[in-house]
Design a binder for this molecule. Structure first.
Ligand code: C2E
Ligand code: MG
Ligand code: MG
Length: 678
């Protein structure tokens, strides 16, 4: 099928090509026709009217008229070709036929004329006629050469009949002319054929050239078209690219803007503020300008969140952000996270920074109404100055934060500027941090024991295990390093170590009577999921009996999640271990929680024991009352004087602990002390 198609296509192309060639040849014939026809008219007229032929003069005229008619017909046909056909895709056969008819008619006229008048022509007319025919024939050899048939017919009609007639003429000397005529005819035909071959080749060559040029033009057009398409798609791609680039740029800036903003307050967020501060540090360094960084922490916000819910919390934060921004230039305020804000005060001295901080604090303390609730907050603010207190953004914020943290210990609503003492403390804490990490491995931890005395018998009821850290040859107070260990996430490891150590020591006391062991447990340690496993492990691996073990948990346990803390305490009690609430009265006490906690001992903080000296024993009495109410035994901490003992005994406390009896001692010293005093 495909082959047939290809063959048909090939055939079609071949036909088209041969048509072109035919048309070119016909064009050649018509192209030379006018000259030929005009010569014919001229020559025929010359012969007709140039020679007197006796008897046939009228016949000659008739011939002339016919020849002129044929010539005019041919001229008309040629004119038609020039005007209508030339340069068009006309079908060559019909044009060729018309042309051939004209030529053949002309040739017949010549032939009939020569033969018909031969007898009557005088010798000079005959010679002239023969010369004219020979010339006409030789002219046609090139003019009619594009058609072999035509040139053959034309030359033959013009030369052969007359040559034969001459050859067989009675006049003997004429026969040479007849032979010459035939030879001349043969020569003409052969030359005409050569011309024909040349013409045909030329036309074929021209044709293939044309085809080639056509092909090239077509290909060029195709290439131009492809190029145009390519250019178009390139343009479109460029356009798409530039739109995409613009889109990417817009999105990037959107993301950047959003990533630098806090959605709740619309202030700069942590990373946005840091970027801002970094660039401020850069420009201020080169221009030797100074500025202050303020770290603002809200006091009481946690309670708002816990008691009124996050929705109110969010309203309050947005409100505070608005208030704080009144004291800051645009873009100089950020939300550091939670209830912490950071601000920059440009060109600030310590005094101006303090003034702005006070104004901010005053702004915060104005009551806020949120959904029918009135919220009262305060703010603790730490200030660090550039470049005195730090030459980079992070250090400045860190120092302002530490100052705030330090101030918070003094009480809420305080403001302070970073100073060298604080700096030294920070450096010390930093070095302590590094050392605390390896304190257990380096055997720097020891457990000291302080006896807890029975009020009635004044005998040792138990001992409290108190951790000691000997760092670089000096003892660091647990009040200092325990919070550090909590912040560093080391408290679980340290607490586990203390519990093990104390339980091993306690199970090895060489005393006849068994005494109890109190171990302090940090709230963070208590709430860690590993704590109960640690406790079980200790109970399993040491011979201590659970009912002789008391775990002291500070009162801050009441601030943690109620259910979880109660569950932990219950888990401890389920193992027979007893629970003490340490430092009672110093922090966040809640009677309802105390009730749900089911503890065994309440340890009255030494600050109340100390104050009882001055006759101010209301809290002491209240605590003993509460303890009795909840079926808890009381331990008075920090007993240092006999007066205190009298008072506490009168109030009904169950146990004493304090320097009056003994300071915390190492294991061996305690054993000695016990043997001497008990
Ligand atoms: P705490 O549990 O209330 O321990 C009692 C603290 O009062 C001890 O201080 C003790 O030396 C001190 N103290 C006892 N009697 C007197 C006295 O008559 N006068 C004065 N001024 N002080 C007295 P220490 O050993 O410095 O411990 C401080 C706090 O560190 C402890 O308070 C406890 O909360 C914490 N702590 C100590 N060891 C550990 C531990 O192993 N784990 C945990 N989580 N905390 C511990
Ligand atoms: Mg304690
Ligand atoms: Mg205590």
């Amino acid at each position: 099928m495909a082959k047939a198609n290809i063959t048909a296509l090939f055939h079609k192309k071949k036909v088209a090509t041969s048509q072109h060639i035919q048309r070119d040849l016909v064009d050649m014939l018509y192209g030379n026709a006018i000259a030929g026809i005009m010569v014919t008219i001229l020559v025929f007229t010359g012969l007709t009217f140039g020679f007197e032929t006796p008897m046939v003069q009228d016949l000659k005229h008739t011939f002339w008229v016919i020849v002129i008619i044929v010539a005019v017909g041919r001229l008309a046909d040629t004119g038609y070709w020039y005007l209508r056909l030339k340069g068009t895709d006309y079908p060559p056969p019909s044009a060729k036929l018309r042309f051939s008819i004209g030529v053949i008619l002309t040739a017949i006229m010549w032939c009939v004329y020569a033969i018909g008048l031969y007898e009557n022509m005088a010798l000079h007319e005959l010679a002239g006629t023969m010369i004219v025919l020979a010339a006409m024939a030789s002219g046609s050899a090139t003019i009619l050469a594009p058609s072999r048939v035509l040139v053959t017919i034309y030359c033959t009609l013009l030369l052969i009949p007359l040559s034969i007639v001459i050859l067989f003429d009675n006049q003997h000397q004429f026969s040479v002319l007849g032979i010459l005529g035939i030879v001349f005819w043969a020569a003409l035909i052969s030359s005409a054929f050569r011309y024909n071959a040349f013409f045909e080749n030329t036309v074929v060559l021209k044709q293939s050239n044309t085809e080639l040029v056509d092909q090239m033009t077509k290909e060029r057009a195709e290439i131009a078209e492809v190029n145009a398409k390519l250019l178009d798609s390139n343009n479109r791609l460029d356009h798409a690219n530039s739109t995409l680039e613009a889109e990417v740029e817009k999105r990037t800036s959107d993301i950047l803007r959003l990533s630098n903003k806090d959605p709740l307050t619309n202030l700069l967020n942590r990373s946005g503020f840091l970027k801002h501060l970094n660039s401020l540090v850069e420009t201020s360094s080169s221009l030797e300008k100074n500025f202050a960084v303020l770290f603002i922490d809200l006091d009481g916000f946690k309670q708002v969140n816990d008691s009124l819910g996050h929705e109110i919390g969010d309203i309050v934060l947005a409100n505070i952000a608005q208030r704080l921004s009144r004291y800051c230039e645009d873009g100089h305020l950020g939300r550091w996270g939670g209830d912490e804000f950071v601000a920059v005060v440009p060109y600030a001295t310590e005094d101006t920074a303090m003034a702005v901080a006070h104004a901010m604090r005053n702004g915060v303390t104005v009551p806020i109404s949120a959904n029918d609730n009135q919220v009262n907050l305060d703010a603790t603010i730490g200030i660090a100055l550039f470049p005195t207190h730090g030459k980079d953004a992070l250090t400045l914020i860190q120092h302002a934060d530490l100052t705030m943290y330090d101030k918070k210990r003094e009480g809420s609503g305080t403001i302070g500027v970073f100073n060298e003492i604080l700096h030294a403390q920070i450096r010390l804490e930093q070095s302590r941090r590094d050392k605390l990490r390896c304190a257990i491995e380096n055997n720097e931890l020891t457990v000291y024991y302080q006896p807890i005395i029975h009020t009635d018998t004044l005998k040792v009821a138990s001992v409290e295990a108190l951790l000691r850290w000997e760092c670089d040859g000096e003892f660091v107070s647990p009040a200092e390093f325990i919070p550090l260990a909590e912040r560093m996430g080391l408290i679980n490891d340290i607490g586990r170590w203390v519990l093990h150590r104390a339980c091993i020591d306690a199970s090895q006391w060489p005393f006849e009577e068994q005494i109890g062991l109190s171990v302090n447990v940090s709230v963070i340690q208590l709430m860690d999921e590993s704590f109960i496993r640690t406790l079980d492990n200790v109970l399993k691996t040491t011979p201590i009996s659970p009912e002789k073990l008391y775990l002291e948990i500070t009162e801050s346990v009441f601030t943690t999640n109620d259910k979880d803390a109660v569950k932990r305490v219950n888990d401890i009690k389920a193992r027979g271990v007893q629970v003490s609430i340490d430092d009672f009265g110093t922090g966040y006490s809640s009677l309802s929680r105390l009730q749900s906690m089911d503890c065994d001992f309440i340890k009255i903080d030494r600050s109340f024991v100390k104050n009882s000296d001055e006759g101010n024993d209301t809290i002491l009495r209240a605590t003993v009352l509460i303890a009795n109410e909840f079926d808890c035994k009381t331990v008075a901490e920090g007993v240092e004087t006999e007066t205190q003992i009298e008072r506490l005994r009168a109030l009904g406390t169950d146990f004493f602990q304090g320097f009056y009896f003994a300071r915390p001692m190492n294991k061996n010293d305690f054993i000695d002390w016990y043997n001497k005093n008990n």
